[in-house]
Design a protein around this ligand. Structure first.
Ligand SMILES: NC(=O)c1ccc[n+]([C@@H]2O[C@H](COP(=O)([O-])OP(=O)(O)OC[C@H]3O[C@@H](n4cnc5c(N)ncnc54)[C@H](O)[C@@H]3O)[C@@H](O)[C@H]2O)c1
Length: 432
């Protein structure tokens, strides 16, 4: 049976490489509509958990993994099994290195691992966010080094992920999916691959255009968040509540989209992806000034918040040194358990450097598991009248819905609110 028919008839074996925040929901979606899925990951622990029907992501239930297992899903660390797959979808990380340059080592490493196991009649899709040209300049030559010709023997597309973890209004099926193939035949196979699982495909003329689309989406957010963060500082100096202003501006029924300031940029995408373009643009002798400027404003936010904490304590005759500061929310955004690039980490470190006694509370992160760049030997503190009253300052960094805001307001002696959660001014609430 031809590849296109296997895809259209849901008889294809779908290989997903990288079973994280992107790969796992995608696996569930393919599984849900009847495809068999093989998950490939280098992390033994994840593979074991999945095969035992367990989940390691809060918003993905163990039941959904168990259901996928019944449907034929299996996870493995054996990459030679890529050969059995009709489709291979790469969902591996694309971070920045310590010089804030793209680190494509995961994408390239995965590609080189599977190249010996590729065969004619497969479609390969890259979903990781990356600079325009990656699929064509990095993946294509490596794949063709096997002797297979892209567009004839094997089909290659770029189709970025648009997952918004924790957003109950959209899911993998209902989020339109952008897709660009290396050749028209590649695009056709890409459409067959995703056509059964996604309601709306948005097909572009090239992989480069698809890569750039994903970057535009994230740059758009980074720049607009930078703008409101800058305006927050201006409003603060002028004695104006930026959140009140944004709420009012958002009543304009056209031509305005609200973005919200915060303690800094977090997550695996918005603080990182724009710099993939910055790096690539240099090859063309161009500077991406909006991206750099937004990066500068957003990067300075944690320091600005810490200065507001210091001022607020100072006004109450206290120093940061020795102050008991309880950070509320260490995930990078509300209602999720993802701490990657969370500004809360930097807030905690900056405050600790100044001698504060740091604790945290986050219903989504019961224990502080060590991260690549951060480590604290802490467990989430339960919010009670006693634990709140025992602090000098509560720093609201991530406004999870599960926090009891009335309780916090009633018992914390000082609240520094970086999210505009408290609308009504109060003597002990400081906006930052
Ligand atoms: N998290 C999101 O909301 C989101 C949204 C859109 C796009 N993206 C992009 O999707 C990509 C993946 O992000 P993520 O959040 O799923 O990352 P993640 O860290 O949650 O998952 C990546 C997975 O890949 C595995 N892995 C690492 N190296 C591997 C290799 N060589 N072979 C196979 N597996 C390997 C890891 O063990 C991990 O399970 C990134 O490019 C990211 O920018 C993420």
């Amino acid at each position: 049976m031809k590849l296109i028919d296997r895809l259209n008839e849901r008889r294809a074996l779908i290989g997903i490489l990288g079973l994280g925040y992107v790969g796992l929901p995608l696996m569930l979606r393919f599984s849900e509509v009847g495809y068999r899925v093989l998950g490939l990951d280098i992390d033994h622990e994840k593979v074991e958990k999945l095969n035992a029907g367990r989940s390691y992501i809060e918003h993905i239930s163990a039941q959904s993994i168990a259901d996928a297992r019944e449907q034929g899903f299996e996870a493995t660390i054996d990459f030679s099994r890529a050969r059995d797959c009709d489709a291979l979808i790469l969902c591996v990380p694309t971070p920045l290195n310590k010089y804030r340059e793209p680190d494509l080592s995961y994408v390239i490493g995965t590609t080189e691992t599977i190249v010996p196991h590729l065969r004619a009649g497969q479609v390969v899709s890259l979903e990781s966010t990356t600079w325009p040209g990656t699929t064509d300049e990095e993946l294509r030559p490596r794949i063709e080094s096997s002797g297979l010709r892209v567009g004839e023997d094997l089909f290659l597309v770029f189709s970025p992920e648009r997952e918004d973890p924790g957003n109950p209004n959209f899911n993998t099926r209902t989020i339109p999916k952008v897709l660009g193939g290396v050749t028209p035949a590649c695009t056709e196979l890409g459409q067959a691959l995703y056509g059964q699982v996604i309601d709306q495909l948005v097909t572009l003329s090239s992989t480069r255009a698809a890569e750039m689309t994903k970057l535009l989406e994230n740059i758009h957010r980074a720049v607009n968040i930078g703008l409101v963060n800058e305006l927050k500082v201006v409003c603060d100096r002028m004695g104006i509540d930026i959140h009140e202003v944004i709420r009012a501006a958002a009543t304009k029924p056209f031509g305005f989209t609200p973005y919200y300031p915060g303690p800094g940029l977090g997550g695996h995408c918005i603080p990182i992806d724009p710099f993939y373009l910055t790096w690539k643009a240099r090859e063309y002798g161009l500077n991406t000034r909006f991206i750099e400027l937004a990066g500068e404003v957003n990067t300075n936010m944690p320091k600005w918040v810490v200065s507001k904490v210091a001022d607020a304590l100072n006004e109450r005759g206290k120093a940061v040194k020795g102050a008991r500061i309880l950070v509320l929310g260490i995930a990078y955004k509300k209602n999720v358990d993802d701490r990657r690039e969370s500004p809360s980490m930097e807030l905690m470190e900056l405050l600790e450097e100044k001698g504060a006694e740091i604790s945290y509370s986050d219903p989504h992160v019961p224990r502080f598991l060590p991260m690549r760049k951060h480590d604290f030997d802490l467990e989430s503190v339960p919010l009670t009248p006693e634990t709140l009253a025992a602090t000098d300052c509560v720093l609201l960094a991530t406004d999870h819905d599960r926090f009891d805001y009335e309780l916090i307001k009633a018992h914390a002696p000082l609240i520094v609110d970086t999210r505009g959660r408290y609308h009504e001014p109060a003597e002990h609430i400081v906006r930052a």
